[in-house]
Design a protein around this ligand. Structure first.
Ligand code: AMP
Length: 314
């Protein structure tokens, strides 16, 4: 299917996504299909970054669901929560290839998932169709789009899913902790590294108003993604990405972080961690994080390829 055709035949009526997200949330909370994860939060500082750290308020439903999913896989019946998806979590069709769901176990309100209709593996490359669907959602919701590319990058589900959380992440301060660092220097439109970020990464600025033209927006994203992946040391000619990675996309910039492991000293990290938002399970993990420092944690889970011109916090 030609993604340009998809773009012209977006299945979402423009200007309706936010209302649909709200409506679906309202009903899914009432029915119990949506099971938000309660957290408290604090801030930790290291280098020039202020990290938002959320702490689980109690043993959470997602853990219980994960145990059930692991058991199902062990019994030879792998469970796919997106095929079929829970009807009560369905927000909207997006294109012929993608649809939008609420994240069932959301930490952040109105966290949406952009999933492929047919099964595709989370370990495969992102495609123009993926970016068409992401572009449709980002045009309607100002947020952080992200992709956990592989289990070692924090993905818990095999079925391909991009994600979008609305900004700001908190009512006060910069919309996203990472924005505080990104705002310090003008970003080029080609892959670069930021001196304040000691973990491996590549970042670039998206052209101003790129979202205003739905015909070209997905191509900007695909092009940026491929440039960043190549600069971060991934082999674009390989059939699937040869390293796990996290992709972060806002209306202003895109970043790729190549990964080597999903967690360090029991603390898991996904794309949100690199945006400056971490999640710990309990006080013990919080104590470890304070002792380590959040940037040091990120250095430990990012691929240790040498990055030029960065501070030496790792
Ligand atoms: P990730 O863990 O990054 O792979 O993202 C997958 C997301 O899917 C997680 O954040 C889960 O909360 C969410 N999830 C798990 N089960 C379901 C479900 N049945 N419907 C919708 N979202 C789900």
């Amino acid at each position: 299917m030609d993604p340009w055709v998809n773009m012209q035949h977006s299945k979402l009526q423009p200007g309706t996504l936010w209302e649909k997200v709200h409506q679906t949330t309202y009903h899914a909370l009432a029915s119990g299909a949506l099971q938000p994860i309660e957290t408290q939060y604090d801030f930790l500082y290291q280098g020039e970054m202020r990290f938002l750290v959320r702490i689980l308020a109690n043993l959470n439903r997602k853990e219980v669901a994960k145990q059930a999913q692991d058991k199902s896989a062990a019994d030879g019946k792998p469970f796919n929560p997106f095929l079929p998806y829970e009807r009560a979590l369905f927000v909207s069709d997006l294109t012929d290839t993608h649809l939008c769901l609420l994240n069932k176990y959301n930490v952040v309100d109105h966290h949406i998932l952009i999933v492929t209709r047919a099964f595709e593996d989370q370990d495969t490359w992102l495609t123009l169709e993926d970016f068409v669907a992401l572009g449709i959602c980002m045009a309607e919701m100002d947020g952080l789009g992200f992709y956990n590319g592989g289990t070692r990058a924090g993905a818990s589900q095999r079925h391909k899913h991009l994600q979008l959380v609305p900004l700001p992440l908190l009512p006060e301060g910069v919309p996203l902790p990472l924005d505080g660092v990104i705002a310090q220097e003008p970003l080029p439109g080609t892959p670069t590294t930021l001196a304040a970020l000691p973990f491996s990464h590549r970042v670039l600025a998206l052209p101003e108003n790129w979202l205003q033209n739905p015909e070209t927006a997905p191509a900007y994203l695909l092009n940026g993604y491929q440039n960043l992946m190549a600069a971060a040391g991934l082999d674009l000619t390989a059939p699937i990405p040869n390293k796990p990675y996290n992709l972060l996309v806002t209306r202003q910039w895109m970043m790729v972080v190549p990964r080597c492991q999903d967690s360090y000293r029991s603390i898991p990290v996904n794309s949100l961690g690199f945006a400056g938002s971490l999640l710990v399970k309990n006080a013990d993990q919080m104590a470890i994080l304070k002792e380590l420092g959040p940037l040091t944690l990120l250095c430990q889970v990012a691929d240790p390829q040498p990055v030029l011109n960065t501070a030496t916090l790792c």
